[in-house]
Design a protein around this ligand. Structure first.
Ligand code: NAD
Length: 302
């Protein structure tokens, strides 16, 4: 198992690849033989303005190192145009890294519709539009690898990020369902919650921590998940500083009561929240069948 994971002639689209995490993904995919579409609108962290220089710079870096890359400057909201850039330049699409992102952090009481809508449009609508534009090519080719970029803020919540955390958890839902829809066509879809020093985090992390959290530490997991030999799909990973962990949903064994009332809930609360015999449904069917078997197999209490 010592052979290098190569991406020779695989075509990868990376959004927001003009800086931060996206840039280092692009450089490493190219180094390992992939043909890279470097998408970046070149906005500020909060989504203002646009600048072609961000994507151009990374394309030049890749070409200078002997790799193959093409720039795309569209917003991820115009996913069809990004997919078309890949098809025009390289004729196929194998891998999509939905990475572009912005922040509009503000406490919920001060959040404007614009703060909500802009974060929705870049993270959720953008990932939807690009993935949708690539999906049927992947289905036809019976091959695809897709990454959705979530966040610890989405998985666990974070003060001042009601908009961002909502969108980041939405991407987990999208990843979970697409992994099931893509299974028969060899399309693997996974979600990552990275932590890395970038302009997005430089104001909230001290310099010594930022140094430990180099974006380069996130790259290996993304490449591993996108390799043709990897079968992992429908999973969530937290990754940063060289640390990688798989995340799953856990529920308690639960309590069934055919005469359920607010009082029966109160009286069985410690059992309801006991994780002594946890369950780990991996899809909605398993979730519902687990409930049905609990109902059928357990005597009604109360
Ligand atoms: P970054 O700000 O350095 O890079 C984001 C890039 O996305 C920028 O180059 C920006 O121009 C581009 N972009 C923004 N809107 C775009 C649009 N509409 N279309 C195309 N490109 C657009 O941020 P980063 O830290 O590298 O973050 C990358 C991803 O990882 C984001 O989705 C972010 O939410 C997520 N994330 C990062 C961290 C972290 O610790 N850095 C933590 C959790 C999640």
């Amino acid at each position: 198992m010592s052979s290098e994971l190569l991406f020779t002639d695989r075509v990868v689209i990376i959004t927001g690849a003009g800086g931060g995490l996206g840039r280092v993904y692009a450089l490493e995919f190219a180094k390992r033989g992939a043909k890279v579409v470097v998408n970046d609108l070149g906005t500020s962290s909060s989504g203002e303005g646009n600048n072609a220089k961000a994507a151009d710079k990374v394309v030049n870096e890749i070409k200078a190192a002997g790799g193959q890359a093409v720039a795309n400057y569209d917003s991820v909201e115009d996913g069809e145009k990004i997919a078309q850039t890949a098809l025009n330049a390289f004729g196929r699409i194998d891998i999509v890294i939905n990475n572009a992102g912005i922040l509009r952090d503000v406490s919920f009481g001060k959040m404007t519709d614009q703060d909500w809508d802009l974060v929705y449009r870049v993270h959720v609508k953008g990932a939807y539009k690009l993935t949708r534009a690539c999906w049927n090519h992947m289905r036809d080719n019976k091959y695809g690898r897709i990454i959705m970029t979530s966040s610890a803020a989405g998985l666990y919540g974070n003060f001042g990020q009601a908009n961002y955390s909502s969108m980041k958890l939405a991407l987990v839902g999208l990843s979970n369902t697409l992994s099931q829809e893509g299974k028969a066509r060899n399309i693997n879809v996974n979600a990552i919650a990275p932590v890395a020093g970038s302009r997005m985090t430089e104001s909230v992390m001290p310099p010594e921590i930022l140094q430990m959290m180099k974006p380069e530490f996130v790259v290996p997991l993304v490449l591993y998940l996108c390799h043709e030999s990897t079968t992992e799909s429908g999973s969530i990973f937290e990754v940063g500083a060289g640390w990688v962990s798989k995340v799953r949903f856990q529920r308690s064994a639960g309590v069934h009561n055919g005469n359920i009332t607010p009082e029966s809930i109160r009286d069985s609360w410690s059992q309801i929240e006991s994780f002594d015999n946890p369950q780990y449904p991996t899809n909605a069917t398993e979730s519902v069948s687990g409930i049905l078997s609990a109902v059928n197999n357990k005597p009604t209490t109360g």
